[in-house]
Design a protein around this ligand. Structure first.
Ligand code: FAD
Ligand code: MLT
Ligand code: ZN
Length: 466
């Protein structure tokens, strides 16, 4: 079946074809020099390394449509790419695909301050959208560590989650409409921003999380949220992960202003401190830490203090109320990604667990890994308020998938998801059947055939060719 996927052949990608792309985007925006395209061919973690004959950088939706049309006519596969911060090998050309980089579509239109909405080009960074919202007296509900590089188009394509899902929902919950070029060449646009609009299939919601397999998102319409200017954050020292999980889950019920609840463990915090040079967050070390944030219009500190007092289990706390100190506390959590990468190429297994087994699985996961890779190191952290744990494993070769297999099977066996927020990409495609039934996967394939009949859109990602 793999032969039905367009593969790049020298004939297809000869000078005539590249010339046709050059006609669309101009010489400057067709990159072919090997050392220039190399950075587009390796992912952020370094685990997924590919090669591409060309990176195309269109500057408008018309140019994207023309590039897609030329690739479709020649059966040339495309990998759409935004900020290249994805974690599952979905945004890099692992099979010699042409990379279509959306970074030039970076315009953030003026915020519609009355509606509380904004339209942004796919290549605008998440940080640029957040800043535009803030400057207009609003806020954007999604935040994540890769904000300065990750694009809003990439966020939509992966349905990115991040630090504030428990308060505002994931990217799909912010998305009111898209403009996109589908694999079949059609350009769809629904950017009016009506909050209630039951006029058919929500194509924007379908494209959100489709990981570039159905089309290329070129612009998005986003809802904004009221700002929550009063913030307090605290790193709480706990005696064990089970206590941290229990406190996080209970705060969701008792603290309406809760805006983040992030789990960290002793070894992870120590690693971040070693790599970054930061002092430990608390005078003594704890087996588990919970980073919590509460925010609102009024000072949320008394509410947070009362809620924590009622729950118990907190051994010590570092509390911050001004933006700089809050950012410093968040760095212990956000610093995990870079600190772990400094140890070598990690396997990044991003899973969701049902609340009922969350604490038990956080305890069990290291031994599940150790059973197949005794010398591997396991790093657990994540958005525990959503049941989302990042299981990072270092000390095993990038292509040794035994740990991935063991973790995904254990997670699926207890009703969890093998991808909480990063997507399936190429990294997890062989395990999709753990979470999706044959009927669901047939529906995926049918949608793929309808919107991308030539199978040129990220053909090695998410949807199985069979
Ligand atoms: P890319 O990596 O370029 O692409 C990702 C996928 O989307 C690929 O399949 C690609 O083909 C597709 N794609 C990209 N742009 C388009 C487009 N315009 N149209 C169609 N398809 C497209 N993710 C989270 O969910 N939560 C986190 O908390 C989080 N934290 C992170 C922290 C760090 C430090 C880093 C480096 C990454 C983090 N990520 C997180 C992962 C990553 O930032 C997200 O997956 C992000 O949404 C990817 O955006 P991007 O622009 O970099 O996409
Ligand atoms: C995070 O929450 O820090 C991100 O999802 C990135 C990662 O998993 O390292
Ligand atoms: Zn995350």
């Amino acid at each position: 079946m793999a032969s039905s996927i367009p593969s790049v052949t020298p004939a297809r990608l000869g000078p005539a074809f590249l010339g046709s792309l050059r006609e669309v985007v101009g010489d400057v925006h067709l990159l072919t020099e090997p050392d220039v395209v190399a950075s587009y061919a390796v992912d952020w973690t370094g685990r997924f390394v590919g090669a591409t004959p060309a990176v195309v950088r269109p500057g408008s939706v018309e140019e994207v449509a023309a590039v897609v049309a030329r690739c479709r006519d020649q059966g040339v596969a495309i990998v759409p790419q935004g900020g290249n911060t994805g974690m599952v090998g979905g945004g890099v050309p692992l099979h010699g695909e042409v990379v279509v980089s959306l970074r030039r579509l970076s315009l953030v239109e003026p915020v519609d301050a009355v509606a509380g909405q904004v339209t942004a080009g796919a290549g605008a960074t998440l940080a640029a959208v957040q800043t535009a919202a803030k400057d207009a007296g609003w806020a954007y509900g999604v935040d994540l560590g890769g904000r300065d590089s990750a694009t809003i188009g990439g966020n939509v394509a992966t349905n990115a989650g991040g630090l504030r899902v428990l308060r505002y929902g994931d990217t799909r919950a912010q998305l009111l409409g898209v403009q996109a070029v589908l694999g079949n060449g059609d350009v769809i646009e629904h950017l009016g921003g009506l909050l209630k609009d039951n006029t058919g299939y929500p194509l924007h919601a379908l494209l959100c999380g489709s990981e570039g397999t159905l089309g290329i998102v070129t612009a998005v319409r986003l809802r904004l949220v009221p700002p929550a200017p009063q913030r307090v954050a605290a790193i709480l020292g706990m005696k064990d992960p089970a206590t941290a999980v229990a406190v996080a889950l209970e705060l969701r019920r008792t603290l309406p202003t809760l805006s983040a609840a992030e789990l960290m463990l002793r070894r992870g915090v120590e690693l971040v401190c070693t790599v970054s040079g930061a002092a430990p967050p608390l005078p003594a070390a704890y087996d588990a830490y919970l980073l919590v944030e509460a925010s609102g219009v009024d000072d949320p500190t008394p509410e947070l203090t009362a809620a924590l007092g009622a729950i118990g289990g907190v051994e010590d706390a570092a509390v911050a109320e001004d933006p700089q100190r809050i950012a410093a506390l968040f760095r212990y959590r956000e610093g995990h990604t870079e600190a772990i990468n400094s140890l070598g190429t990690p396997h990044k297994l991003d899973v969701t667990l049902p609340n009922g087994v969350l604490a038990e699985m956080v305890e069990r996961l290291p031994s599940i890994v150790a059973a197949v890779a005794p010398s591997a190191s396991v790093w657990l952290f994540g958005h525990v308020g959503d049941g989302n744990i990042h299981v990072n494993v270092t000390g095993i070769p990038p292509d040794d998938e035994r740990v991935d297999d063991a973790v995904f099977r254990a997670v699926a066996a207890v009703g969890g998801s093998i991808s909480a927020e990063h997507g399936i990409g190429t990294a997890k495609r062989r395990w999709l059947e753990l979470n999706r039934s044959p009927a669901e996967r047939r529906a995926f394939s049918a949608i793929k055939r309808a919107l991308d009949p030539a199978r040129i859109m990220n053909p090695h990602v998410l949807v199985d060719p069979a």
